[in-house]
Design a protein around this ligand. Structure first.
Ligand code: SAH
Length: 357
C-alpha cells in the first residue's frame, strides 16, 4: 500500500502545490485514523491521561453549570475529539454524585478516527450508559448542551499567510527533488490588511472558527455551555506555531507526513471574538493551573492520597504538579481554559469574566 507521503507527493505532482491547511488535513486524517497516538508508547500525552483528577473536576464543573442552567432534562453531554475516552469516563464517575444529572445526561462523542472510537467504546463500556458517536458536530441532536473539548482545536488544520514585499502570501507545500518543501502562493491575500513586518506569519483557523460559530449558534438557541482547554495564546499574534511530534520529540512537520502529530497553538481571542458576536457570555480565558486550583484539585489530591500506597501518593503529587505548574513551560500556564455559555449564565466555576485585553 502507498504511504501517505507518496500519496501527497503524487497529488502535488498532479495538481501543483497545496495549502498548509490541505496538507494538515490529509496528514491528520491519516494519522488519527491509523493509531492510538496517546501515552508513553505513543507520540504525546494529554491532561486526562496524566490523572483522573482532570476529568473528575470537569465533571464537577458540568454539575454546577447544569444546576445553574435550571437542570434541563435531557441534556446533551458532548465531547469533541475524546481520544481514549478517559476524560469522559472520569467525568461521568464524578457526576454520579448527582443521580438526577446522570439520568438526564445523554453522551455524544464527536470522533472521526475509527481506531479511537474503538478505544472509547472499550473505556466507556463499564459506565453502562448509552454512548452516541458522531462523525461531525452537526449530527449531534438539538437541545441544551454541555460540551468539553480538550486538545481538540489544536488538532485542526489551518491556513498560514506570510508577510512579503508583495503583501500577504499564502504558505504552500510543494516538492523539490522529491522532498516536500514550503513555498508561497504568488497572489497576495489583500483581505488580511496591512502586514506590519516582512516575515510575519498569520494563522487563519477557518475550521476552528466554523466549529465555534456552530457552537455559538446552538447555545444561543438551545442554552448550554462549552468548555475549551488547549495549548494556546490570546491573540492576535504573528508567528508560525505549526509543530510536529513523534515519540514525544519534535520533528520537521514535512518529514513524516501522516506519521507524526501535527498541532498549532490555539488563538483564544479569535474563538472568544467569534462567540461574542452571538450575544453569549464568554468566561476567561484563565490558565489551566488557576482553573484546576479554583475547582479544588489540591483537596481532590489529598483525598485520593488517603487511600493510596506510598508509590501511588507520589504519582498523585507528580500529576498535580504537572497539571498545574505555572513555570514558563508548565502545562498549568501554557494551557488555557475558555468557557462560552448562554447569556443567562453570568458566572461559571473557576474562570474570571471575559478578559478585555
Ligand atoms: N481529548 C483527548 C484527545 C486529544 S487528541 C485527550 O485530551 O486526551 C485529538 C482528538 O481529536 C483525537 O481523538 C482525534 O481523533 C480527534 N479529532 C481530530 N480531528 C478531528 C475532527 N476533525 N473531528 C472530530 N475529531 C477529531
Amino acid at each position: 500500500m502507498k504511504s501517505l507521503g507518496e500519496h501527497v507527493r503524487e497529488l502535488i505532482a498532479l495538481e501543483g502545490p497545496i495549502t498548509v491547511e490541505r496538507y494538515m488535513d490529509l496528514c491528520l486524517r491519516h494519522y488519527y485514523a491509523t493509531r492510538d497516538p496517546l501515552g508513553v508508547e505513543g507520540d504525546f500525552t494529554t491532561s486526562p491521561e496524566i490523572s483522573q483528577m482532570f476529568g473528575e473536576l470537569i465533571g464537577l464543573w458540568m454539575l454546577e453549570v447544569w444546576n445553574a442552567m435550571g437542570r434541563p432534562d435531557p441534556v446533551h453531554l458532548v465531547e469533541l475529539g475524546p481520544g481514549r475516552g478517559t476524560l469522559m469516563a472520569d467525568l461521568l464517575r464524578a457526576t454520579k454524585l448527582l443521580p438526577d444529572f446522570a439520568s438526564a445526561a445523554q453522551v455524544h462523542l464527536v470522533e472521526t478516527s475509527p481506531a479511537l472510537r474503538q478505544k472509547q467504546q472499550d473505556t466507556l463500556a463499564s459506565t453502562g450508559l448509552p454512548v452516541h458517536w458522531h462523525e461531525r458536530l452537526d449530527d449531534v441532536p438539538e437541545g441544551p448542551m454541555l460540551l468539553v473539548a480538550n486538545e481538540f482545536f489544536d488538532a485542526l488544520p489551518l491556513r498560514q499567510f506570510i508577510a512579503t514585499e508583495r503583501g500577504w502570501c499564502e504558505r504552500l507545500v510543494g516538492i523539490e527533488n522529491e522532498n516536500l518543501i514550503f513555498g508561497l502562493r504568488a497572489e497576495a491575500a489583500q483581505a488580511l490588511g496591512q502586514p506590519l513586518k516582512i516575515g510575519d506569519v498569520l494563522e487563519w483557523p477557518a475550521m476552528s472558527v466554523d466549529i465555534m460559530q456552530h457552537l455559538a449558534r446552538r447555545i444561543a438557541r438551545d442554552t448550554g455551555a462549552v468548555l475549551i482547554i488547549d495549548y494556546g495564546y490570546w491573540g492576535p499574534a504573528f508567528g508560525d506555531t505549526l509543530q510536529a511530534l513523534k515519540a514525544h520529540a519534535y520533528v520537521d512537520p514535512l518529514e513524516l507526513p501522516g506519521e507524526a502529530d501535527l498541532t498549532t497553538h490555539v488563538d483564544f481571542h479569535h474563538l472568544a471574538k467569534t462567540a461574542s458576536a452571538h450575544d453569549l457570555q464568554v468566561h476567561g480565558p484563565g490558565t489551566q493551573g488557576d482553573f484546576l486550583t479554583a475547582l479544588g484539585i489540591e483537596a481532590r489530591a489529598s483525598s485520593l492520597k488517603k487511600r493510596a500506597t506510598p508509590a501511588q501518593s507520589a504519582e498523585i503529587d507528580t500529576a498535580l504538579t504537572r497539571l498545574t505548574e505555572r513555570g514558563e513551560i508548565g502545562m498549568g500556564k501554557l494551557f488555557k481554559v475558555l468557557a462560552v455559555t448562554h447569556k443567562s449564565l453570568e458566572a461559571v466555576p473557576g474562570l474570571p469574566p471575559l478578559s478585555s485585553s
